[in-house]
Design a protein around this ligand. Structure first.
Ligand code: NAP
Length: 560
């Protein structure tokens, strides 16, 4: 569909393609496949040297996914989900990476992915309704559609600790874990962070290092995952019911097919609520957060109080030393206001070991890193190795790491200065033809990611097909539609308990970042319906038209 403008020497000064996609994780792989099927010439750029996205970068010990494996995969191709067989209830990082590489091979995707290529900037030209994308090595590519598939948790956040440069041992961020095997054996290892990542790392490495010291600022509510191998007959049953499983998952708030999606807590006594909680505690995983009808634990403070108290008791029961137990018990935020982590390997029991100790850096903050350890306001800890499980500049970090310039010279950085603004999490006013897969203000991180990704990719692919069919060059979210969507997202979040925690959902983990709740909390089921209606109504809330440089630059108002 497009010309490739490659100079005689083979170096491409400027190459025209139909679509540039950034990232080769779940999103980028499916976007490439979909657009290629529609006959578009697509180029994917990927910073890493293989496909995998999150699962390529997060190779730290203990890395595993909290969504159950049989639904943490693509549903769009029956062949794929019927042929692949997961080995455990929750997939471990290497298995997910194998899966994505297998998918990429099966769909012959590698040939359109340029690896170890970093996109540094992208500039929109309204005359031609095209984007010019520039790479770190200076290559420039002109494209009609510019699609970010960079993930929501991709830009690692490393706190600006004084003295890190002086540290004489090895140090790592969990999201940039080295390829070679790390031997913790004789080392005194310090780990900073007790989010989902830290909890997995601590459970896995506690007992493997000579000593592990955990620096905890905020305790968390870890719920048992109840991981186990998937038995053959169980897998057979999943295969037989896959159509129903996917249908229920798509029609659910979380993108997960839980049986108790519609059970309410109304009229139940505290004792009865606790009985339900105990049952779900035994089932494990996200089934616990959704013990009652969608969202109620996250929006009903009285119910949440019972749930939070229930988990606190469980923590106290598991930790031998009462003082350590109290340090591990969260009291500053309600359960679920931060992304709830899972406990795969007796996280709390790890603190009963003699070779694991806990330091409360909320009470005594880290002052600096020294040549041989960490100094808090209370003491110095001698350490040979530091591990930062300190999370990500979430939701916007990886998008804004590129210099993106839209209409009239406005940059995305400027546009999002007071927090990201999108319509449906898919597009931003002032940035025509730029699609953001699982962008801010879409359900993304509050759901089972592959299903959310599939819905976005399919919506974008359908939208591009519609544009081609109707002879449009450009699509842009209207300012009104965007304002309403941002307002709607904020209002939904305000009616829930999210504001009661300093979480990465709100950008509160990165000093100086504008704090605003970023994912859409209205549920994947509702969101899917909204997006489908928008498309049915000829892309209501978007302006479609020709490039401004064309003679008949007619612009259609929504519904025209
Ligand atoms: P995170 O949830 O943001 O946790 C970062 C941790 O580092 C927190 O405990 C934080 O403490 C601590 N921290 C940050 N700066 C600090 C400082 N200056 N001093 C002391 N402590 C500091 O990051 P994450 O654990 O990498 O998880 C991010 C998200 O990735 C998860 O919520 C989840 O969505 C996803 N994830 C998923 C899985 C899975 O599916 N199994 C696994 C890992 C991650 P505060 O809480 O006090 O800020």
């Amino acid at each position: 569909m497009s010309d490739a403008d490659v100079d005689a020497a083979g170096g491409s000064e400027e190459t025209d393609v139909d679509a540039v996609v950034i990232g080769a994780g779940f999103s980028g792989l499916y976007m490439l496949h979909k657009l290629r099927e529609q006959g578009l010439d697509v180029r994917v750029y990927e910073k890493g040297d293989e496909v995998g996205g999150t699962w390529y970068w997060n190779t730290y010990p203990g890395a595993r996914c909290d969504s159950e494996s049989h639904i943490y995969c693509f549903s769009f191709d029956e062949g794929l989900h019927r042929e692949w067989e997961w080995s455990e209830r929750y997939p471990e990082q290497p298995e997910i990476l194998d899966y994505l590489q297998w998918v990429a091979d099966r769909l012959d995707l590698h040939r359109d992915i340029a690896f170890e290529r970093e996109v540094t900037s992208a500039t929109y030209d309204d005359e031609t309704a095209t984007w010019t994308v520039e790479l770190a090595d200076g290559e420039r590519v002109r494209t009609r559609y510019f699609v970010t598939a960079v993930g929501c948790l991709s830009e690692p956040f490393l706190p600006d600790f004084d003295g890190l440069g002086d540290f004489e041992g090895e140090w790592y961020h969990t999201a940039r874990w080295p390829d070679e095997e790390i031997d913790f054996g004789d080392d005194h290892v310090g780990v900073i962070g007790t989010g989902s990542t830290g909890i997995q790392f601590i459970s896995e490495v506690g007992g493997r290092a000579d000593h592990l010291t955990v620096f905890q600022r905020t305790p968390n509510y870890a719920v048992p995952a109840r991981n186990r191998p998937l038995e053959d007959d169980e897998y057979e049953e999943i295969r037989e019911n896959y159509d129903d499983i996917w249908a229920r998952a798509r029609d659910s708030r979380l993108g997960m097919p839980f049986d108790h999606e519609h059970e309410t807590d109304y009229g139940l006594s505290e004792e009865e609520i606790r009985e339900v909680l105990e049952e779900r505690w035994q089932q494990g995983g996200f089934r616990f957060l959704h013990s009652f009808e969608p969202g109620s634990i996250l929006s009903n403070p009285e119910l949440n109080d019972v749930v939070s108290a229930f988990i606190r008791e469980k923590i106290r029961e598991r930790v031998d030393d009462p003082e350590t137990a109290e340090t591990l018990v969260p009291t500053d935020h309600p359960y679920g206001a931060k992304r709830p982590p899972m406990d795969y390997d007796d996280y709390y029991g790890t603190y009963n070991r003699d070779d694991v100790s806990l330091v409360d850096v909320d009470e005594n903050p880290i002052e600096r890193v020294t040549a041989d350890g960490i100094r808090t306001t209370a003491a110095h800890y001698d350490l040979d190795m530091l591990v930062f499980a300190t999370g990500f500049d979430a939701m916007t970090g990886a998008i804004l790491a590129m210099d993106i310039e839209g209409k009239n010279g406005q940059t995305l950085d400027e546009k999002w200065e007071a927090g990201p603004r999108t319509y449906l999490g898919l597009m931003t006013h002032g940035f025509p033809n730029l699609f953001t897969i699982t962008g801010p203000q879409s359900p993304s991180v509050l759901t089972n990611m592959p299903l959310s990704i599939e819905q976005h990719v399919e919506w974008i692919a359908d939208c591009i097909a519609y544009m081609d069919e109707h002879g449009y060059d450009r699509i842009e979210a209207t300012e009104d539609a965007e304002d309403q969507w941002v307002q709607n997202t904020n209002m939904l979040a305000e009616n829930m308990l999210f504001s009661e925690a300093d979480s990465w959902y709100r950008g509160a983990n990165v000093p100086g970042k504008t704090q605003v709740f970023t994912p859409f909390p209205g549920g994947l089921d509702n969101y899917r319906e909204i997006c489908a209606r928008v498309a049915r109504d000829d892309y209501d809330g978007f302006e479609l038209g020709r490039a401004s440089g064309t003679a008949d630059e007619a612009v259609s108002e929504p519904g025209d």
